[in-house]
Design a protein around this ligand. Structure first.
Ligand code: MN
Length: 241
């Protein structure tokens, strides 16, 4: 099935975002990234259930915000797609969502140590990164966000931010475009790595709220995003496209 050019372009960039987040070790065998339909805000695109490193154009499926496929055609689907639909429903400003289990982020989901920006590029995660815990509302579960009530609960904790951590599970990033969601996801990991290296030496000097706001506004603007995207494309083997 082919779409109008603006939609085909979004799908192509979604395939590239899958490959980039895999190459940058943000997403491994599990985890996923989606983009809102550029001309129908009540829908989004997401791969069928497949590891992002091998996602191709033909794997991309279209979903309604309740997670129902527009044309399943026998394909298996990610169990946690409720993450994507619930955030698109709650946040009209969000055009791309990524979910991952990046190992260096996991300590901050289980220990009482806030994940805050400690370096310039880390500013994109925002001044406050909340942790969502399924336990108070849902008790003992398989820990997957596999139904809309869990997705809605997660979206409430995300609030107006770009990052929410999942206790004992991973993280979710939400942003204005695929480039931004890749930027936030990659530097969430880098910031966590740096914080883990710094903590043994004592209490870090974090960026101030004003530095975070000004730096994030600058980094998530077109020029830095284009420069980073081209770099990631090259590293993922797609330079010169
Ligand atoms: Mn997960």
């Amino acid at each position: 099935m082919t779409f109008e050019p603006v939609v085909e372009s979004a799908i192509r960039d979604l395939v590239l975002a899958n490959r980039i987040l895999s190459r940058e070790n943000v997403i491994d065998d599990f985890g996923h990234v989606s983009v809102r339909h550029p001309t129908d805000p009540g829908r989004y695109f997401l791969s069928r259930s497949r590891s992002p490193e091998i996602v191709t154009r033909d794997d991309i499926m279209e979903f309604a915000l309740d997670g129902e496929p527009i044309a399943q055609n026998g394909r298996s689907m990610y169990a946690e797609r409720a993450i994507h639909g619930a955030i698109y429903l709650a946040r009209s400003d969000v055009q791309a969502v990524a979910h991952h289990h990046t190992r260096s982020v996991l300590p901050f989901t289980v220990a009482d140590i806030p994940l805050k920006p400690v370096f310039h590029m880390g500013a994109v995660i925002g001044p406050h990164v909340p942790v969502w815990d399924s336990q108070p509302e849902f008790g003992d579960t398989n820990m997957l966000i596999d139904a809309l009530p869990k997705g809605h609960s997660l979206a409430r904790v995300l609030g107006n931010g770009r990052v929410v951590l999942l206790r004992g599970h991973g993280s979710v990033c939400a942003a204005r475009c695929l480039r931004s969601v890749c930027f936030v996801s990659i530097y969430l990991k880098e910031n966590a790595d740096l914080l883990l290296k710094t903590l043994p030496f004592g209490s870090p000097k974090y960026l101030t709220p004003g530095e975070i706001e000004k730096t994030a506004d600058m980094l998530l603007s077109p020029m830095p995003l284009a420069r980073a995207w081209d770099y990631w494309l090259a590293r993922a083997g797609f330079s010169g496209l």
